[in-house]
Design a protein around this ligand. Structure first.
Ligand SMILES: C[S@@+](CC[C@H](N)C(=O)[O-])C[C@H]1O[C@@H](n2cnc3c(N)ncnc32)[C@H](O)[C@@H]1O
Length: 385
């Protein structure tokens, strides 16, 4: 049996914002600061409540959320038939018409149906059959740039069907000029800044800045630039039922966000030994209208302004011997930064071993599939381990 609540503009819905593993609490705090309702952290994300425009506000304002999903229905799905029947029983007309395109993806845990591609295929079949019955024509599939994205979460043989409010993943802010090297996702960078305890007022430096993600996200956060402001539209703004009232509310939210931006922020600096990535960082900062100064410089010459906060993401797992040398250098350079705070995204325990001081916080966080630690130090200059 399908338990579905009508999802419409103005009606409160159960929403779920997804997050990188380890960043759920940062996302919970962020959504509470933005005054969303009934915010509760869970594995892989945060539950909250609101209507579709509130969900759109989360897409516009959340730096940490990866996607925002709206729960459409839930039903038993012990086998292929039950999955299909439950999805087909949903009224899809408010979201999809034969002129719009569709993509479905799924995850499965502790369930009889395990093959996620098969689950997605069956769900897609049920949606298009339901629409063909109702409207005499079916929408087509577009895996790259669908108008409507559907997620099916199958857990212990129960399927929850979600609509993806965000569309493209929210880490795509719209300012990354080119993909090069191994950039942090913008959403993860924003979570690390929050988890580091940086207060958005002290100067911030990243001496191994790569394409500048941490520094750019820091400036945008400090000056109140909404992370979704460069995105023309979010997923739900392409749905069949998107109407003038909701469009006007979204336009007003975007306008308010633009008006809130501060011209002045704290000093934000990035440097890297590799001139090519510094060029990329400058290009990204220009596209984001971020106020960051970048320089080509090795870590050995790094000088942090007094009272600065350092947040950085050193390389790991590529070239073992040079990395051991770099970690020893990090220990020397950071250990001498009395009066500063240092937060390091460490993908290997070798980094913590190389530090001469003890971490005040060591927080587990996943960079994609890699389990890392965010190591946070307050450097007094007097506390050898
Ligand atoms: C994992 S990447 C940082 C990625 C970055 N967070 C981003 O989002 O693009 C590590 C960076 O450390 C830099 N690096 C390595 N050794 C360095 C050194 N001795 N001094 C300064 N930068 C160094 C590399 O050039 C690389 O860009």
């Amino acid at each position: 049996m399908s338990h579905s609540r009508p999802v419409c503009y103005g009606a409160a819905m159960e929403l779920f914002a997804t997050a990188a593993r380890g960043t759920e609490v940062a996302l919970r705090d962020e959504l509470r600061e933005h005054r969303f309702r009934r915010v509760r952290a869970d594995r892989g994300g945060v539950h909250f409540e609101g209507d579709l425009v509130e969900a759109g506000r989360a897409c516009l304002e959340s730096r940490v959320a990866v996607r925002v999903l709206a729960r459409l229905a839930e039903h038993d799905a012990q086998g292929e038939r039950a999955l299909y029947d439950g999805v087909r029983a949903i009224d899809w007309r408010p979201w999809l018409t034969p002129r719009l395109t569709l993509a479905v993806s799924s995850v499965s845990r502790d369930s009889a149906l395990t093959h996620t591609q098969f689950i997605a295929q069956k769900t897609k079949d049920a949606i298009v059959d339901s629409l063909r019955d109702a409207l005499g024509a079916r929408p087509s599939v577009d895996l790259q740039d669908a108008d409507v994205r559907v997620f099916v979460h199958l857990v212990r043989d129960r399927a929850t069907v979600y609509l993806d409010v965000s569309g493209e993943s929210l880490h795509r802010r719209g300012w990354r000029a080119r993909i090069g090297g191994a950039p942090l996702k913008e959403t993860l960078a924003a979570a690390l800044l929050r988890m580091s305890g940086w207060d958005r007022a002290r100067p911030l430096c990243d001496p191994m800045c790569g394409s500048g993600t941490l520094a750019i996200e820091a400036d945008l956060w400090a000056r109140g630039v909404a992370p979704g402001i460069l995105r023309d539209r979010f997923g739900f703004e392409r749905w069949a039922s998107h109407e003038a009232g909701a469009a006007a509310r979204m336009a007003a939210l975007r306008e308010t966000a633009r008006a809130r931006v501060k011209d002045e922020g704290p000093t934000i600096e990035g440097s890297d030994v590799d001139g090519r990535v510094v060029d990329l960082a400058r290009e990204n900062a220009r596209a984001a209208s971020a106020h960051v100064s970048f320089a080509v410089a090795p870590l050995s010459s790094f000088r942090a302004p007094s009272g600065a906060f350092i947040v950085t993401n050193p390389p790991y797992g590529e070239r073992l011997q040079p990395e051991e040398r770099l970690y020893a250098e990090m220990g020397e350079v950071f250990g001498a930064l009395a009066g500063r705070d240092v937060a390091i995204l460490a993908g290997t325990p070798a980094i913590e071993r190389a530090m001469p001081m003890r971490a005040v916080k060591s927080l587990p966080v996943w960079n994609g599939p890699i389990e890392c630690r965010l190591l946070c130090y307050t450097v007094s200059g007097r506390t050898p381990r």
